[in-house]
Design a protein around this ligand. Sequence first.
Ligand code: SME
Length: 151
Amino acid sequence: MVLNESQKSLLKQHEALLIGKWITDLSNTSAFIMSEMKDLNWAGFYLLEGETLYLGPFQGKPACTLIKVGNGVCGTAVKEVRNIIVRDVHEFPGHIACDVASNSEIVIPMKAKGKILGVLDLDSPNVGRFNQEDEAFLSVLVQQLIEKNIF
Ligand code: SME
C-alpha cells in the first residue's frame, strides 16, 4: 500500500526521534503515536518473554500487565504472526478489555530475524477507527524501530 504525504512526513519525524535504545525508543514512539494520530485512547507495546507478553512503554490508562500468547487480540496476533484490525472489540472472541472506553483496536507484531519481540497495540473509542492505511503506516513505523535497534 502506498503511503500518503502526511504519513511519509510523520515517518520522517519518527525516524528522527529514534536513538537506538530499545525502551527509550518504544517510550517516545508510544508518545509520538498518541500525539499524532487522532481518536486514540491507548497506544503502546507488549514485550514477549517466553509465552507471555508483558506490558511495555505506553500512553493511556494503566493496562493489563501480562497477556498469554493466544489470549486477547495481542496474544492472537503473536500466535498467528499477523497484524489484526478489530472493527468492534465487543465482537472479538476473548478480547481483553483494559479500558472500557476502547471500541476498536489494531495490533502489529514486531518481528526481527524470524523472532517476535512483542506487539504494538492501539485502541480507539471509535468503532472501525483503524484501516489498511493505518496498518501500512504502523508497519513501517515498527520497521523503523527494529532497524534502528538492530535486532
Ligand atoms: N485489548 C488487548 C489488551 C491490551 S489493551 O487493549 C491495552 C487484547 O485484547 O489483547
